[in-house]
Design a protein around this ligand. Structure first.
Ligand SMILES: Nc1ncnc2c1ncn2[C@@H]1O[C@H](COP(=O)(O)OP(=O)(O)OP(=O)(O)O)[C@@H](O)[C@H]1O
Ligand SMILES: [Mg+2]
Length: 353
């Protein structure tokens, strides 16, 4: 049976990460409760699932631990889900830690020595490990050798210790921030991508059943369409709409109820929240439509640059509402139309209706 040992909490419990969305569901455990437990429960991500199945089958047949695996992609798309499903499928122990908790080798050492043969050590936000830990992890990943330095200066000496082979699964929203040597030590690398509306509709329908709430097909589709291609957002919207329906509609989620609930949260037809519209509006009003540097935009909208780059901009770029140019961010004519602004003849001359 798979056993889960949590040595240090996953990143979701720490407060160093900005809120994922300007409104948050009231139940912080929702991610855990709705998280698929087995590979067969995962919706969509066919390419990732098929490749993982091959890796799992190969590891089983060879009776060897899975090769180290790096999962990358934007927030809320399933990296942690895949990382937690794998040890369950393999029937091995899973230890969990997170990059920001690893500032010195001594922070990682207990995880490595506690990992039994074939276990999985999941390192969330692996791009935030300190360089000292990164140096320390290379021989571990390559040869399962732990180099410990005792003392310092002239008295310093290194002792080596061999550990049983195990698997490191790293997750990152910023694969570009990983150094090449670290990236190269992951034999398996998988990119988790955005979801199609029909996949999100399926996730919402399944989760409504888990939450024991009635939802019509059209309502599930409407929520999916406004979920910004992201399962976590789909779950958050469902959770909010369920609360709304409980109070206003005897618990039944129809399309009209879903629309009213989303309007109350200022989530528009494209799924944009107030912070996305603020970003677009400032780009026009303060920066004449751009180009504007992300730092300057961050100061103006009062949102940390990390959050802008990870959570606000990807969807605006995906929808073609903004463009990234070497000189900065630029609003597109579709972006202006969404704000109800007449696109100018020349850049920088937009006028509000
Ligand atoms: N393929 C999927 N099928 C069904 N539900 C999913 C899927 N992927 C993600 N989810 C749901 O979305 C939630 C968020 O996913 P998860 O925590 O794995 O995202 P993440 O990529 O680790 O995000 P972050 O980068 O913010 O840590 C999960 O709890 C789960 O309920
Ligand atoms: Mg995660």
């Amino acid at each position: 049976m798979a056993r889960e040992t949590v040595i240090s909490g996953p990143s979701d419990e720490d407060d160093y990460r900005p809120a994922r969305s300007s409104f948050d569901h009231k139940d912080p455990d929702i991610d855990e409760r709705l998280r698929p437990q087995r590979l067969a429960d995962v919706v969509g991500q066919r390419k990732v699932v098929d490749r993982l199945q091959i890796m799992i089958d190969a590891a089983r047949l060879r009776k060897e631990p899975l090769g180290h695996l790096l999962l990358d992609g934007p927030p809320g798309l399933g990296k942690t889900t895949f990382a937690m499903v794998l040890p369950k499928e393999l029937g091995v122990e899973c230890l969990i830690t997170s990059g920001p908790l690893l500032s010195a080798p001594k922070d990682l050492l207990p995880h490595i020595t506690n990992a039994g043969p074939g276990a999985v050590l999941f390192i969330d936000e692996i791009h935030r490990m300190s360089p000292a830990v990164e140096e320390f992890i290379y021989p571990v990943m390559e040869d399962f050798r732990v180099d410990i330095t005792l003392g310092d200066g002239l008295n310093a000496r290194t002792i080596n210790m061999q550990v049983d082979p195990f698997t490191i699964i790293g997750a990152t929203t910023r694969s570009g921030m990983l150094t090449a040597p670290l990236r190269d030590r992951f034999v398996n690398r998988l990119h988790v991508d955005f979801y199609e509306v029909d996949e999100l509709t399926e996730i919402i329908t399944r989760n409504a059943r888990k939450m024991r709430v009635e939802i019509s097909e059209e309502a599930a589709f409407e929520l999916a369409r406004r979920s910004r291609s992201t399962p976590r957002i789909a779950n958050n919207l469902l959770s909010w709409v369920r609360d709304f329906a409980t109070v206003k509609a005897k618990g039944n989620i129809t399309k009209a109820v879903a629309e009213d609930a989303l309007t109350m949260q200022e989530i528009d037809v494209l799924g944009l929240e107030a912070q996305h519209r603020k970003y677009l509006a400032i780009l026009v009003k303060t920066f004449g439509g751009g180009p504007a540097g992300v730092q300057a935009i961050g100061h103006s909208v009062n949102i940390p640059v990390d959050t802008l780059e990870d959570e606000v901009e990807p969807f605006l770029l995906r929808l073609g509402l903004i463009q990234r140019t070497p000189r900065g961010r630029v609003i597109t004519s579709d972006g202006m139309k969404h704000l109800g602004i007449v696109p100018p003849e020349k850049p920088g001359q937009a006028t509000l209706f």
